[in-house]
Design a binder for this molecule. Structure first.
Ligand SMILES: CC(C)(COP(=O)(O)OP(=O)(O)OC[C@H]1O[C@@H](n2cnc3c(N)ncnc32)[C@H](O)[C@@H]1OP(=O)(O)O)[C@@H](O)C(=O)NCCC(=O)NCCS
Length: 413
């Protein structure tokens, strides 16, 4: 059976389907989340002939976003989100039809890359998405000491200021600051102005015993040079305050991050600082002397990347070493990518062309997505997930794609 995917024409039905699939508390603010979260022409639906009447069988949406790449370019990407299939319509190919539709539309729009955060790790690999960024969640005790002798002079000139995220002008300042630093931290994903407004849209039902999201800006010479978001939670143990402050992504250069990190481990009434979204090469681990200098550390997948158009995506970023490799790409859902590509990198610049030469390496397009932001993919050969026909060819490719510092995790979208 062929499944038709079409643009949404009924925002109430679209929202109702999302509320059913994600089974959270329904609030009046959900409509604003949809309005600010997804442009009307980026909402897509599936209805099955025997499917539910008051809901769609499936929905998905696309946030137009920008992402920084190795080398510093900021490029448009399709941020895949709001993916849901009605519980009665699951495992009948609805997601598969929506993914094929998304890839075709994205390519037709001239966008070379799609990105997402996955609810479950097993879902998106089959559609050619590779896990391109890992993230650490790090717990730190109150008063943790950070050692960074070569940053101290710079840190001395930085001040930090606590505000509330919904305060007037804060969303604009956050976006401007993230845009200014994105190029230095490949993998940074910058949302639209509406996306930043969403971060402070917190209806009373979602707050209850929580404080509003706060933000700390780092400033130097009257300019914003970094920020991080946070929320404190009270806890008392044996009459002593031992609250937890949950801290989001850091934005800014190393000195600004150090000033911010010192501030968030020194908040009154807190016992633990939970850093929710730290890149695997983030300076924090160096500042505390390695993983055992933290209270706890966990690792998850952050951004997943899909090269929608291999030929267009390859030259957008820079590369760390030279390579010249013929790659046989398998791509079931975007057949225009499938076949042999000669991928070269010379003095940092990449070029991709079609070729009939014998393949040096055979891999799924998801492997190129996994390595696209600089995350190491060399181990996938040992893992048996890549096939090499010319010894050393895959190492050349993986070495060229890998960056000195691992890519930056992104805020969930
Ligand atoms: C995840 C979800 C969208 C899948 O939709 P679906 O229409 O049931 O998926 P399909 O029938 O198109 O399945 C396509 C393939 O993916 C597999 N698959 C689907 N969901 C999977 C999961 N959670 N884990 C592992 N494999 C999964 C199917 O087994 C199928 O495999 P096949 O191609 O080998 O047959 C749906 O279960 C859902 O809405 N879940 C709750 C919301 C959610 O997690 N959304 C994703 C947001 S990132």
């Amino acid at each position: 059976m062929s499944i038709d995917v079409r643009p949404s024409e009924d925002s109430a039905k679209y929202l109702a389907t999302d509320q059913l699939v994600w089974f959270g508390e329904v609030t009046d603010a959900d409509r604003d989340h949809l309005r600010l979260g997804l442009p009307e022409d980026q909402r897509f639906v599936v209805d099955l002939p025997d499917g539910p009447e008051d809901h769609h069988a499936g929905i998905y949406g696309v946030r137009p976003m920008e992402m920084s790449l190795p080398g510093g370019a900021l490029v448009p990407i399709a941020g895949l989100t709001w993916v849901g299939v009605h519980p009665d319509s699951r495992r009948r190919g609805v997601l598969a039809a929506m993914m094929t539709d998304h890839l075709t539309r994205t390519r037709d729009a001239g966008t070379a890359i799609s990105a997402l955060h996955a609810s479950e790790a097993a879902i998106y690999g089959r559609y050619g998405y590779g896990n391109a960024v890992l993230t650490h969640q790090v717990d730190l005790g109150r008063g943790t000491t950070f050692t960074a002798p070569h940053l101290e002079d710079e840190v001395a000139g930085i001040t930090t200021h606590l505000l509330t995220m919904s305060d007037s002008g804060v969303a604009e300042r956050m976006r401007a600051c993230q845009l200014a630093h994105a190029g230095d931290f490949p993998g940074t994903i910058v949302g639209s102005p509406d996306f930043f407004s969403l971060l402070s849209l917190e209806p009373p039902e979602q707050l209850r015993d929580k404080e509003r999201r706060r933000i700390i800006f780092a400033r130097h010479d009257g300019e914003d040079i970094g920020f991080t978001g946070l929320r404190r939670e009270h806890k008392w143990e044996n009459a002593r305050p031992s609250g937890t402050v949950v801290v989001g992504t850091f934005t800014g250069g190393p000195a600004a991050r150090l000033a911010l990190a010192r501030r968030v481990v020194d908040l009154d009434l807190m016992g633990t600082t939970k850093l929710e979204n730290i890149g695997v090469d983030d300076p924090i681990l160096g500042w505390v002397g390695g993983p055992r200098g933290t209270g706890d550390i966990k690792t998850w997948d952050s951004t997943w990347i899909r090269l929608v158009d291999v030929g267009a995506a390859w030259p957008l970023r820079t590369y760390e070493s030279d390579c010249d490799v013929v790659v046989e790409v398998h791509d079931r859902h975007a057949p225009w990518n499938a076949g042999r590509w000669r991928l070269t990198t010379t003095s940092g610049a990449g070029a991709a062309s079609r070729t009939d030469s014998p393949a040096d390496v055979t891999l799924d397009v998801a492997v190129l997505g996994a390595g696209y932001l600089g995350h190491g993919i060399g181990g996938l050969l040992r893992a048996g997930l890549v096939q090499e026909h010319r010894p050393g060819a895959y190492a050349d490719l993986a070495r060229a794609m890998r960056t000195t510092v691992a890519p930056e995790p992104s805020i969930g979208f």
